[in-house]
Design a protein around this ligand. Structure first.
Ligand code: PLP
Length: 364
């Protein structure tokens, strides 16, 4: 378990320092400086681990880094959706789960699946309508928050919703994938658990699938850890290593992607091919709605050289896609909405490529 909560030397460090220094072997002669990749499915008997599903030193390094950044005890999972599933699985039969109607569509699909099987009762809400969210918390077992949401980039008022949900007797989970702990720490605001698709910004290089759950609640941590072993949705060791290496530069990448996104959002607002820019003012994701509809949006994603037409987000490279090309995306997301994951390239190069493609789309 990460000692980020109890060790004052760690608790006082800033995120950019923690990202670099947490989860390393002890500073002793001949210890490796970097986190070792320990590929094994079994351990010599008689210790705490015994078998690969129970733990791994490389996962522990990942969990220490992310745990220290979020300010809690972290568990890695095989993917972000495996972490989402681990949390939803804790809600008892027939439990009510309040969730944003525009949450990540994979999380919504899990809720729909659980509802179809009679396991859970989801209530989807407009996450920006704080009073409605608070009203929905009544009788809820879990309030699932995502802020900003994917891909509508709506912002939940975490400071009001979390205490209100607790007062109503509900637990609160926050998917912090978009903001990352560099920009937002939901556990500090009272959330019971934070969930990540570490596949995105934490890894940052679009080369590994990984998920995580982080909590300050020791009992919740114990239960999640036992259930992870039981279910087997454990992290891949190479993936944990890759994401740990990726997290060393998390603060720099997030800062640069955010600076690029702020500049691009400003310029996009003035382009005639764009009818709406959704950008919450922070983070590296922008969603735009194209003036001339879904066909223009599809055209745009095929007209660039630097921007890559691809799903997912949070990598060093700039990618974008029309979200409604997925049948599973909510019909209330505009058909012509393009979600842009702004990378860390030079912002002028990004704008030259994008604005040329937008000019072409406007002429078409
Ligand atoms: N949460 C959010 C906000 C996401 O965007 C995603 C994936 O896009 C997930 C969870 C699921 O993560 P993964 O793809 O690692 O399973």
């Amino acid at each position: 378990m990460s000692d980020a909560l109890t060790d004052p030397q760690i608790a006082d460090l800033s995120p950019s320092t923690l990202a670099v220094s947490a989860g390393r072997p002890p500073h002793e002669p001949d210890q490796p400086l970097s986190t070792p990749l320990v590929m094994t499915s079994v351990y010599v008997a008689g210790g705490d681990l015994e078998y690969g599903r129970m733990g791994n030193p490389t996962w522990s390094a990942f969990e220490e880094v992310l745990g220290s950044l979020e300010g809690g005890h972290c568990l890695g999972y095989s993917s972000g959706l495996a972490a989402v599933s681990a949390i939803l699985d804790l809600v008892g039969p027939g439990g009510k789960v309040v969730a944003p109607r525009h949450a990540y569509n994979g999380s919504l699909s899990q809720l729909k699946d659980a509802e179809a099987r009679g396991r859970l009762v989801p209530e989807l809400v407009d996450i920006e309508d704080t009073d409605a969210v608070i009203a929905a918390c009544d009788d809820a077992a879990l309030v699932w928050l995502e802020s900003p949401t994917n891909p509508a980039l709506e912002i939940a008022d975490l400071e009001r919703i979390i205490p209100a949900a607790h007062e109503a007797g509900a637990h609160v989970a926050v998917d912090n994938t978009f903001a990352t702990p560099i920009l937002q720490r939901p556990l500090d605001l009272g959330a019971d658990v934070v969930v990540h698709s570490a596949t995105k910004y934490l890894g940052g290089h679009s080369d590994a699938l990984l998920g995580a759950a982080v909590t300050r609640d020791e009992e919740l941590y114990r239960v999640l850890r036992l259930r992870r072993e039981l279910i087997g949705a454990v992290p891949g060791t190479l993936e944990a290593w890759l994401v740990t290496r990726g997290m060393r530069t998390l603060a720099l990448r997030v800062e640069r992607a955010q600076a690029n996104a702020q500049e691009l959002a400003r310029r996009l607002a003035d382009h005639p091919a764009v009818s709406k820019v959704r950008y919450p003012g922070f983070g590296g994701i922008i969603s735009i709605v194209l003036t001339h509809g879904a066909l223009a949006a599809d055209l745009l994603t095929h007209k660039t050289h630097l921007w890559i037409h691809a799903t997912s987000l949070g990598g060093v490279e700039s990618t974008f896609e029309r979200r409604r090309r997925w049948a599973s995306e909510s019909a209330t997301i505009p058909d012509a909405l393009v979600r842009m994951s702004v990378g860390i390239e030079d912002v002028e190069d990004l704008w030259t490529d994008l604005s040329r493609a937008l000019d072409d789309v406007a002429r078409a």
